[in-house]
Design a protein around this ligand. Structure first.
Ligand SMILES: NC(=O)c1ccc[n+]([C@@H]2O[C@H](COP(=O)([O-])OP(=O)(O)OC[C@H]3O[C@@H](n4cnc5c(N)ncnc54)[C@H](OP(=O)(O)O)[C@@H]3O)[C@@H](O)[C@H]2O)c1
Length: 350
């Protein structure tokens, strides 16, 4: 494998999808290729990837099942949000050295005509934050919680995947709105961090055999908002505790992303429908950029201010090296990340 060398970097390393995973993705579903660094034409820029965001939705892009977005084709570069530097420019709006947010995928270099790029300036303080707290996961947490969840002071908010990119922000925003916040996370260390570092009132380990009992005890006044990131047994524990008129922003179902068949056991649909009906519960799915992309400024103003005031804690799980992207992504679906998973692809300096 070639290690990135900015001094004589003429090679573009790329992760391409070699075959569609069945169940959990494996290294064998991908190929790590090397090609020539591309050359920009008139009206184009050459981008060098510095940070690559790894996110659960990418599992969906590896599958050709019908979804809200097109799958990645076989032998195509894996898609993904990136923070890049402009290394060469034949575009009037971009200068060499500028930082941009792009969607250039799992590779060192890409060409852009400028469409879809978001400028970060020449010296952003924390460029990788644009992939997390100030980017897609931040917008997801903010809009899902505030627009769909509508939390009121004094209410109980429960969030799953509580120390992850989205969940950690959902819980902290709910605290800022005066709610009691209960997280659900995998393992003692993550649960401790949710309370001690993020300020949640409690956090329950979904690996505990008595998850449902612990949750019921902790949510002694029921649940008013449940921010769903996970599904499966976590949702089973939450459903009976939902209060009348509870809101459920349906953000993700990560426990199902590697599933190859429906879960075994009794049909739980009648209980779900019955609970939604008699308790008048509002459950609403959303796809962040489709539904809320136009409200980015509203989110970014609030989030920037909260960060500046020290009201939001943000943890990144930064992994060095594009060569580690597949392994890190497989770990994400297994709870191995602790915070927003970002790959450091190349150096910050030009
Ligand atoms: N609707 C949208 O537009 C939108 C946008 C962004 C994200 N999302 C969704 O939001 C959710 C969280 O995304 P994220 O980026 O913040 O990821 P993340 O929380 O940083 O990472 C994923 C976490 O999910 C948890 N997890 C994995 N498998 C699980 C299982 N079987 N049961 C319980 N927990 C499990 C793990 O945490 P633990 O170790 O704590 O279990 C893992 O660390 C995902 O479902 C994602 O698809 C949706």
């Amino acid at each position: 494998m070639t290690t990135f060398n900015p001094q004589n970097g003429t090679i573009n390393r790329q992760w391409v999808l070699a075959s569609r995973p069945v169940g959990a993705p494996a290294l064998s579903n991908f190929n790590f290729l090397e090609s020539e660094k591309p050359t920009p034409k008139q009206g184009e820029v050459l981008l060098r990837t510095v940070y690559l965001s790894l996110d659960p939705y990418m599992r969906g892009r590896m599958s050709d099942a019908k979804s809200y977005a097109e799958p990645v084709g076989i032998n195509e570069v894996m898609v993904g949000g990136t923070v890049c530097r402009v290394e060469a420019s034949h575009h009037p709006d971009y200068e060499i050295g500028e930082w941009v947010v792009a969607y250039s995928g799992w590779q060192d270099y890409s060409i852009s005509d400028g469409s879809g790029l978001l400028k970060l300036g020449k010296a952003p303080a924390k460029p990788s934050y644009a992939l997390g707290v100030m980017g897609m996961p931040g917008l997801t947490a903010y809009m899902g919680l505030l627009d769909i969840g509508q939390p009121q002071a004094g209410e109980t908010v429960v969030v799953a995947a509580a120390t992850g990119a989205v969940g950690s922000l959902v819980g902290q925003i709910a605290k800022l709105k005066g709610c009691k916040v209960i997280g659900i996370a995998g393992g003692e260390e993550k649960c401790r961090s949710a309370v001690e570092d993020l300020g949640f009132d409690a956090c329950i380990d979904h690996k505990s055999p008595d998850l449902a009992e612990q949750l019921a005890k902790t949510c002694d006044k029921g649940i008013d908002v449940y921010f769903e990131n996970v599904g499966g047994k976590v949702f089973d524990a939450v459903l009976p505790l939902l209060n009348p008129s509870a809101r459920v922003p349906l953000c993700g179902l990560i426990s199902q992303y590697n599933a190859t068949e429906l879960p075994k056991g009794p049909d739980r649909m009648p209980m779900l429908m019955g609970t939604l009906l008699v308790k008048r519960i509002k459950m609403q799915g959303f796809i962040v950029f489709d539904d809320y992309g136009h409200r980015y400024n509203e989110f970014s103003q609030d989030m920037m201010q909260w960060l500046q005031e020290g009201k939001i804690t943000y943890r990144e799980d930064l992994v060095e090296g594009l060569e580690n992207a597949v392994e890190s992504f497989i770990g994400l679906l297994d709870g191995k990340n602790f915070g927003k998973l970002v790959i450091k692809v190349g150096p910050d300096e030009l």
